[in-house]
Design a protein around this ligand. Structure first.
Ligand SMILES: [Zn+2]
Ligand SMILES: [Zn+2]
Length: 760
């Protein structure tokens, strides 16, 4: 009975060792160039290759190779894998060409619609077609392999399982696995990792007779929910609007946390899947917990998941299954926007305002914007969901380009939390918390509720200083302070990840008393645990999330509803549901209010609203405390008076008045080098070229130092381009891109960032 578990591991090994030309369908064919003197029709194929060069490369082939097929070609003394993007008769090409060495695929692995999308993205973001195309493939495919697809095995809980659940108290791993499996109905072996099912625990459950294998050759695609929910009036309107949508259309599903956006997605996807279509669901990385995924997997038997936390083999399997049409719903992070889906009929982007949809290095694309483009190319609807929509999206609603589907009420009797602004000027604080605030937290705990404390700074303290001479622990590679961590102890640079031990004495004056300055989540955890000894304090931040299992255990512990304090960063503000939380606290909102980036107020308002949304779910009303030295700051006043919508309306009008995005199009040239003078001269040259070429509607500013002027030993500069009309911006960028390509290779790196989301 337990044999099916061990079989999974063996299949995985076989798939991993299957390098190059494994599958029968994908045996490599040597491609013969036309022998000299023989008049044989030859073709020229244009190949995208894994190099930063912006253009594709031409090769000679004895036969036409369809675009989307991989080939092996010589490049600068190496053999590399590339993707054919175009074919034309050889006689149109001047000059000698090298020959394609081998054709890897008989059939294209990238279908025409995905190729077209990638080509558009390479053009729009002014990035090399090779890195864009190859980057869209899972790693084994990028390396020229074709892993054998393995047939997933499905498991489910047996009839006795639910009754046996309480008996598993002393086997927590098995209890968790069984609980999850009961929620899911059944689960395919290739989804165990994504859905947090431990194969060893499942094997042990199988040995107890609580889990069995099911033959799921043709599972019903849509599984009706055990207890069908009654939709609110707003949900019903949104569901009906999406059902009536035909062809391309962009719909903003605007609803506060807890207003039931997911149920609207699920209903819309149900229709699509029942009609034989596929749905693509993009989510921020941070929200991708097994709990969140379980809702999709429980409803749609053929759900696949892909994100960077999974092993290459699992990601590849999801990609291949989606491409083969064996998946009805693909849930994934950013890069899933490029996955082939032959029957794609609906795209959902959840938490569309989330900054993680924008890739922050290399190919700097916005998965949300690419998703909208993909929907347009495929002529299918796209749904953007958010409680705090991005200004770009709100602007498109204002202009009538996007339809808005508001979800105003929360299902059930839950009401929105009240915002209490706590003026902390002149007040004695402990880790940012006043005596009044600590008393408010204590009262909620005593009443059996949970409290959430938000602080967007991990570690113990953002700085370590000498009280005697003023020395500060700086990173030697960045213009930044080292952060003090206690678990494990050490100084860490959050920009370059450099680590150093905590010095016993001041390195400058020898004084032994070094003191931390400011506070992070570790310090808050310490202070809260000391103040409320009878209650648990659970911390959630990137340091905790390094172990997915630990993060999940903590989330489940929080979901139990036991009175406790949850303290953490963004990780707490996004996606997770904590029904027992009745008080949300933002201990210091001030840093975000005065950041140099013009987008800082938008982001701060989003975070405050998202944190506020954690409080007061279900039948318990919630309260939000916002501690600030600037209670009359316009962002806070606007939020207090009219919530995010009122704030956004005012802030958008302000941006329009001074011609900032989304009322203008913008791009950054980002350059860095070890030698500051070299970076300055290259960026100044590019700025000058942009100015000389730019039409009157384009403004060019810089070069100026980036807000973090030195990072990991490299000096960073930027040039900002701002245009009233997008075509003018793209013409200027194309001109600059040609200049960048002509730069000598090496010391100065320059990248183009179209529609930047931050200037850091
Ligand atoms: Zn000192
Ligand atoms: Zn550093």
């Amino acid at each position: 009975m337990s044999g099916f578990m061990s079989g999974t591991g063996a299949a995985k090994k076989a798939a991993q060792s299957n390098r190059g030309g494994g599958g029968r369908r994908h045996a490599e064919h040597a491609v013969q160039p036309a022998p000299a003197g023989v008049a044989q029709p030859a073709v020229c194929v244009r190949v995208a290759l894994p190099t930063p060069r912006r253009q594709a490369f031409d090769y000679l082939a004895g036969e036409a190779i369809a675009p989307g097929c991989r080939v092996r070609v010589p490049l600068a003394g190496r053999r590399v894998v590339g993707v054919v993007i175009d074919v034309e008769p050889h006689d149109r090409h001047a000059g000698p060409l090298r020959a394609v060495e081998a054709r890897i695929d008989a059939e294209p692995i990238l279908p025409p619609d995905v190729l077209a999308l990638l080509a558009w993205a390479a053009g729009y973001y002014h990035h090399g077609i090779g890195e864009v195309l190859l980057g869209a493939l899972p790693k084994p495919l990028r390396l020229g392999r074709m892993p054998e697809r393995r047939r997933a095995q499905h498991v489910r809980a047996t009839a006795d399982a639910a009754a046996a659940l309480p008996r598993l108290a002393r086997a927590p791993a098995q209890r968790r696995a069984l609980g999850r499996l009961l929620e899911l109905g059944s689960c395919a072996s290739d989804q165990f990792a994504a859905l947090g099912l431990d194969p060893r625990a499942l094997a042990a459950l199988a040995a107890r007779g609580l889990v069995e294998r099911v033959d799921a050759a043709s599972p019903a695609p849509v599984v009706p929910p055990a207890a069908p929910l009654v939709l609110t009036a707003d949900q019903a309107v949104a569901v009906a609007a999406l059902a009536a949508a035909a062809g391309f259309g962009c719909h903003l599903l605007e609803g506060v946390t807890g207003s039931g956006k997911t149920e609207v997605y699920l209903r819309a996807i149900e229709r699509v899947v029942a009609a034989g279509g596929q749905a693509l669901v993009l989510v921020p990385e941070i929200a991708l917990t097994p709990q969140a995924l379980a809702r999709f997997a429980a409803r749609f038997a053929r759900t696949a998941v892909t994100h960077s936390g999974l092993a290459d083999g699992e990601r590849t399997e999801a990609w291949l299954a989606a491409a083969a049409g064996d998946v009805d719903v693909l849930v994934g992070t950013r890069s899933a926007v490029f996955a082939p889906l032959p029957r794609l009929a609906l795209i959902v982007v959840d938490e569309e305002h989330d900054a993680s949809f924008k890739q922050q290095d290399g190919f700097r694309y916005s998965a949300r914007d690419v998703a909208v483009k993909r929907a347009r190319l495929r002529d299918v609807p796209v749904v953007l969901g958010s409680a705090t929509p991005s200004f770009e999206t709100l602007h498109n609603v204002e202009r009538g380009r996007y339809a808005c589907l508001p979800l105003r009420s929360r299902p059930g009797s839950a009401t929105l939390p009240a915002l209490h602004v706590e003026d902390i000027r002149g007040v004695e604080l402990k880790a940012g918390m006043s005596q009044r605030l600590r008393a408010a937290i204590g009262a909620q705990l005593a009443a059996g509720n949970q409290v959430l404390v938000f602080r967007n700074q991990r570690g113990y303290a953002p700085a370590l200083a000498c009280a005697a001479c003023g020395w500060l622990a700086d990173c030697s590679h960045c213009d930044a302070r080292m952060t003090l961590h206690l678990q494990p102890p050490g100084l860490v640079c959050h920009h370059c990840d450099m680590r150093a031990p905590v010095p016993a004495h001041c390195p400058q004056c020898g004084e032994a008393v070094l003191a931390s300055r400011g506070f992070g989540t570790e310090r808050l955890e310490e202070v809260l645990a000391g103040a409320f000894p009878g209650f648990e304090v659970l911390r959630f931040d990137r340091d905790v999330a390094r172990s997915r299992e630990r993060l999940e255990r903590r989330l489940e512990r929080a979901a139990s509803g036991v009175p406790m304090v949850l303290v953490g960063t963004q990780l707490l503000a996004k996606g997770h549901h904590f029904p027992a939380v009745t008080l949300s606290v933002i201990v210091n909102a001030d840093a975000g209010l005065f950041a140099p980036d013009y987008r800082a107020p938008e982001r701060t308002a989003q975070v405050i609203t998202q944190v506020a949304g954690r409080a007061g779910r279900a039948e318990r009303p919630g309260v939000v405390w916002l501690a600030t030295h600037h209670p009359e700051h316009p962002v806070i006043e606007a939020l207090r008076a009219g919530g995010y919508a009122a704030f956004a309306r005012a802030a958008l009008a302000e941006r329009a008045a001074i011609g900032l995005p989304p009322h203008a199009a913008s791009a950054l040239l980002r350059g860095d080098a070890r030698d500051a003078a070299k970076a300055q001269s290259v960026l100044a040259g590019l700025a000058q070229a942009a100015r000389a070429f730019a039409t009157p509607g384009v403004r060019v500013r810089g070069p100026v130092a980036a807000p973090l002027a030195r990072r990991a030993g490299r000096y960073r500069l930027q040039v900002w381009l701002l245009a009233q009309a997008r075509p003018a911006l793209h013409r200027a960028l194309a001109h600059v891109a040609a200049r960048i390509d002509a730069l000598p290779r090496g010391s100065v790196r320059v990248g183009i960032d179209v529609d930047p989301v931050d200037t850091f």
